[in-house]
Design a protein around this ligand. Structure first.
Ligand SMILES: C[S@@+](CC[C@H](N)C(=O)[O-])C[C@H]1O[C@@H](n2cnc3c(N)ncnc32)[C@H](O)[C@@H]1O
Length: 288
């Protein structure tokens, strides 16, 4: 277990502050009240509604960006601190890092990187056409250094936009949780095809028993560790074992796969809530 002082930025209240984060392999221990609450919440959303949510997934994310424009998520300035692989391109002179930000939203992950690092080319895709337009309209967007395109990771072949095995690093930041568990594997297979042998996926997403999972009211449960928000977007909460099994089945090998635990204090409301994320690195095996 280790303790560091990195802050996350999921959007929401600006009056929140965080304790140092603790990383480790053990799941968060639930209080008896939390265990009871999760145990009580067994009724699932009807099959008809679940099918509609899946059919409307793209529309619901596009409406999310219509309502929130670029104002919901904060820029993610922590990525190079957490994932040293993103800095490697500066260590070897002249080496350009080719990155794919899968599910880029409005670019909160890519623009800090483009600002910070001149020697990087970023492919960025999202299935919300509106989000992709916001990326393209950003003042830092420049076609020599970035290419944004619309794509559904669960259906579309990334090879239509990205040459086979040319990507050094894929970032998957709070995206896989938005995809139906039955389709996560297909999304990973699409990423696998564009990664070069030895290329890496950098992953951060909601972890099992995160505060957001315990906050769902009954009537929002879609399946095990899978919930729907008021706006129709969905969220899965990953255990280490579940994520590792998905990646291994696709052919990746694990490098790191750890929970990140932190207490976030909302000063305005005087509330202290436990946040749990899963932060991981998986590699496509190198050629022998
Ligand atoms: C929580 S946002 C994260 C955005 C970005 N990665 C960041 O760090 O700010 C999740 C994004 O995943 C996208 N998404 C969800 N399902 C997707 C799919 N099947 N294919 C591509 N993008 C998807 C949504 O449109 C949304 O922009």
């Amino acid at each position: 277990m280790s303790v560091t002082g990195v802050s996350d930025s999921l959007g929401g209240s600006s009056s929140a502050s965080s304790s140092p984060q603790i990383t480790g392999v053990n799941e968060r221990t639930l209080s008896p009240e939390e265990t009871e609450k999760l145990g009580r919440d067994q009724v699932l959303v009807s099959r008809f509604k679940q099918e509609k949510l899946e059919a409307d997934a793209q529309k619901n994310w596009d409406l999310f960006y219509k309502r929130n424009t670029t104002n919901f998520f904060k820029d993610r300035h922590w990525t190079t601190r957490e994932f040293e692989e993103l800095k490697n391109c500066r260590e070897v002179q002249g080496q350009k890092l080719v990155m794919l930000e899968a599910g880029c939203g409005v670019g909160n992950c890519i623009f800090p990187l483009l600002e910070e690092d001149l020697n990087i080319f970023i492919y960025a895709c999202d299935f919300s056409p509106r989000a992709v337009e916001f990326v393209k309209k950003n003042i830092l967007y420049c076609p020599e250094r970035c290419m944004a395109f619309q794509c559904d990771l669960t259906k579309d072949d990334l090879l239509d936009n990205v040459p086979v095995e040319t990507v050094d690093v894929v970032t998957l930041i709070f995206v896989l949780s938005a995809i139906h568990p039955d389709k996560m594997q297909t999304a990973l297979e699409h990423l696998y095809k564009v990664l070069r042998p030895g290329g890496i996926v950098l992953f951060r997403d909601y972890g099992l028993y995160d505060h957001a999972m315990l906050r769902f009211k009954s009537g929002n449960k879609l399946g095990e560790n899978f919930y729907v928000r008021q706006d129709g977007t969905r969220s899965f909460f990953f255990s280490r074992e579940y994520l590792a099994a998905l990646f291994h089945k696709t052919g990746f090998e694990s490098l790191v796969n750890e929970y990140v635990l932190r207490e976030t204090v909302n000063k305005k409301e005087g509330l202290c809530v436990p946040r749990v994320f899963l932060q991981s690195k998986f590699r496509k095996p190198s050629l022998l």
